[in-house]
Design a protein around this ligand. Structure first.
Ligand code: WAQ
Ligand code: MG
Length: 630
């Protein structure tokens, strides 16, 4: 057998530690786990990891049965302190107050206080350090626990301590700020978990070992605690495989930060428009989905405000109960007209529209053919459905046809974005619909980034291809170019009736609020009556691509989404930061939104941007990209 001791520290400050006794066979795996724990700890990254591995003779090891565990979880710290006082009074009537006093004023120590009830003295040799209990582990495979499991480790330590000669009891409060559980342990009482024993956020904590020197002298006790090798047996296995989820979360967050994949919210202090401020810094926004600037359009805002006053703030029910009002009906009729379909149905967001439609339409007998670059909401819809998912190469109609022919199935669906959200390219809709007809597959497109953007009057992909092809189902959103909030589905009356009865995200959501509905109605009216809105956006797209090309960036797009691919996550973040410092808000898009090492700047344009702004931005991007990849 081998004993492992790990200590990690930063500037000599203790970060984490771990104790194991394992077989030679277990040693490599456990070292891996222990090192990982040292590396990712909420207290920081260590600059020293001390690993001590020693062979131990099996004959030296004492096996002890784990203490019985009970729980005493009360409402307040005071109640738990009272509980400790009562237990102490039963065991050692004389020194109760001394011990409580010590517990409340515990200094920060690496080890524990050793308190002698006979002399009423502390008897650690080094009062700053205290007594460190070492050489202990559980018989079961504790290596499976990837993260620290406070309870499990404490039970091992408490079992060893309780069996020390002359030991009466142990008190423990964790020093981890986010762990407020402690325990009282003795051979007689077992291990009693107590929670809470301190305020969350407090790093107060420590251990007190209470012994009687008339039973065994301090030297013997200390020698036992520090030197004797103990394996704890009979630990109930119903908990030992469990990991503390909060610890897993912490580790995961640290790993995201290390990999430059950690995301945070940006708080915008102005309405959604090209000129915004963040933390009082004025910025020019090149990352909004409000492509036509309708979220800030006076007429749209006015319509929303009036609807709120007339119809109230909320819809008050789900669509099939009490939530449908005349605004829903009017907007659905307008959407059906916009997309040249018989009928339409509103959803709360584009995400829930995709999830609802795909999960309602695809059963066990259905195969869904899905573009590899489809939006997460399509992917989630596929996953939630019972269908089999076949992913084909991005916008590759040959690969799609090959895959259709390569498997046997009874029902099939083709699903694709019509404008791809991270690349800004456009689906080959005529071929897509042709394949659908040829093989009798239901065709679905998601027009989230197409509506208001492509096609002569902004009606989307069908218009872009001069109505050569019309898919069976068009999904869309009100929250991008249309400047409001909500999702929608346009299709035949029959499909829409089916969705009303089967799409769970439709059935089990509260209907959209009146203000969003009225805003969307007004936006569609503007789209229908003011062609210059879309024309201005399309002009900006052409002009900006020319500017980028003049600055030697080979970028081409027919949509408002213009990606400048950089590659590494770090370089993309650095370019985005350079641009931010110059006053441009452009996000770096990284894994998992796009594949690893295809991180990019993702510029989105608005109809309200001016040529001067676009020309300036193209120059700045060129410089920032150059700088970030040096
Ligand atoms: N030997 C002696 N004292 C120690 C040792 C050790 N090996 N390790 C820690 N201490 C002392 C030290 O003063 C710490 O400040 C204090 O104990 C607390 O240590 O059932 O996490 O590692 O869920 O923060 C109790 C679990 C968790 C309750 C205890 O202790 C439960 C815990 P921590
Ligand atoms: Mg701790």
């Amino acid at each position: 057998m081998y004993s492992i001791k790990m200590r990690a520290s930063q500037n000599s400050r203790h970060i984490s530690g771990s104790e194991k006794i394992v077989t030679a066979q277990q040693l490599p795996d456990i070292l891996h786990t222990v090192t990982k724990r040292a590396l990712y700890h909420s207290l920081g990254q260590p600059d020293l990891i001390n690993l001590k591995i020693q062979p131990v003779d099996k004959a030296e090891i004492i096996c002890l049965p784990a203490l019985q565990v009970t729980e005493h979880f009360s409402q307040t710290i005071t109640e738990n302190m009272q509980f400790i006082r009562e237990k102490l009074a039963e065991l050692i009537p004389g020194c109760c107050d001394d011990i409580i006093q010590l517990l409340n004023n515990m200094p920060q120590m690496r080890g524990a206080i050793l308190y002698d009830v006979h002399t009423r003295q502390r008897c650690e040799k080094d009062l700053q350090r205290g007594i460190r209990v070492t050489y202990m582990d559980a018989e079961i495979d504790s290596g499976m626990l990837k993260n620290k499991n406070h309870f499990f480790e404490a039970l091992i330590l408490a079992t060893k301590v309780a069996h020390a000669p002359g030991m009466l009891a142990e008190l423990c409060i964790s020093d981890d700020p986010d762990y407020v559980t402690g325990y009282f342990a003795s051979l007689k009482h077992g291990y009693i978990r107590l929670s809470p024993v301190k305020e969350p956020g407090s790093s107060h904590g420590g251990r007190i070992f209470i012994f009687d020197s008339s039973e065994a002298d301090a030297e013997t006790v200390i020698n036992y605690l520090e030197k004797t090798k103990v394996l704890v047996t009979d630990i109930k296995t119903d908990f030992h495989q469990r990991e503390n989820i909060q610890d897993c979360i912490r580790t995961e967050l640290l790993q995201l930060k290390k990999a430059d994949l950690y995301r945070q919210l940006k708080i915008i202090e102005t309405q959604q428009q090209k000129n915004i401020t963040i933390a009082n810094q004025p910025l020019l926004m090149f990352s909004s989905n409000s492509y036509l600037n309708l979220a800030a359009h006076p007429a749209v805002k006015q319509a929303a405000a009036e609807a709120c006053l007339a119809w109230g703030a909320g819809s008050g029910g789900s669509r099939l109960t009490t939530g449908t009002n005349s605004l829903h009906v009017k907007l659905e009729a307008m959407l059906a007209e916009l997309k040249h379909t018989e009928s339409a149905l509103l959803f709360n967001t584009g995400y829930t529209a995709n999830v609802g439609v795909l999960s309602a339409l695809a059963d066990e007998d259905t195969v869904i053919f899905s573009d590899e670059y489809n939006h997460a909401s399509i992917i989630d819809g596929c996953r939630l459905s019972k269908g089999r998912i076949i992913v084909y190469k991005h916008n590759d109609m040959q690969d799609l046809e090959k895959k259709i022919n390569s498997i046997a199935f009874t029902k099939g669906i083709l699903v694709s974005d019509s404008v791809f959200s991270m690349d800004g390219d456009i689906l080959n809709l005529p071929k897509f619909v042709e394949l659908g007809r040829k093989y009798q597959l239901l065709t679905i497109i998601d027009e989230a980034h197409a509506t208001g953007v492509i096609g002569k009057t902004g009606k989307g992909a069908a218009e872009y291809y001069s109505y050569q092809a019309q898919p069976d189902i068009i999904i869309g959103t009100l929250s991008k170019a249309l400047g409001s909030e909500g999702g929608f589905v346009c299709a035949s009356a029959e499909i829409i009736e089916y969705l009303k009865n089967k799409a769970r995200s439709f059935i089990f959501s509260t209907a959209q609020n009146p203000a969003s509905l009225a805003a969307a109605i007004k936006s569609i009216e503007l789209l229908n009556t003011q062609p210059d809105l879309v024309q201005k956006l399309q002009h900006n797209i052409r002009y900006f691509c020319q500017c980028l090309q003049k600055n030697k960036l080979a970028v081409q797009s027919d949509t408002a989404i213009i990606p400048v691919i950089i590659g590494s996550e770090t370089a993309a973040l650095s370019a985005a930061q350079t641009l931010y410092d110059k006053g441009f808000l452009i996000p770096a898009i990284r894994y998992p939104t796009v594949a690893k090492n295809t991180a990019r700047l993702r510029i989105t344009l608005m109809s309200s941007h001016t040529e001067t702004e676009l020309a300036l931005l193209a120059r700045e991007i060129s410089q920032a990209v150059h700088k970030s990849t040096l």
